[in-house]
Design a protein. Structure first.
Length: 127
């Protein structure tokens, strides 16, 4: 995938682990690249590992297909983990500060419907 104007990151969901939606009850989606360890794979949405085109920050928007969420906080390891492992947790609680280094916190809104083939994008704040 290549960078479209304003897109900082873009990937696609390749598969949904059999227990990936279990975290819906606690408003978390776990993303992991295709190299996810076998013991974690059932709990993850497996994504294509893609480059991070620009530093992801609070104020950017995270989009699952056409459902857009403002990023309220970002852990210190998100950019590196996303680019190298495709691994982050998305927390839908609107937290203003990151509690976990590998998590992205987004505004509290309806949990998205996530399926293989869905596109995930992160946009800069100007969008």
């Amino acid at each position: 995938m290549s960078s479209a104007e304003g897109v900082k990151y873009e990937t696609v969901i390749l598969e949904a682990g059999c227990n990936a939606t279990d975290f819906r009850n606690v408003n978390i989606a776990v993303l992991f690249g295709d190299t996810a360890p076998s013991e974690l794979r059932p709990f993850c949405f497996i994504i294509r590992v893609s480059p991070v085109f620009d530093q992801i920050r609070a104020g950017d928007s995270l989009e699952f297909n056409d459902q857009r969420y403002v990023i309220t906080a970002i852990g210190s390891e998100v950019n590196r983990n996303l680019a190298t492992l495709g691994h982050i947790s998305v927390v839908f609680d609107g937290s203003p500060s990151a509690k976990l280094e590998g998590s992205v916190y987004v505004e509290r809104k309806e949990y998205p419907s996530l399926r293989p083939g869905d596109v995930i994008r992160i946009w800069g704040p100007a969008v």
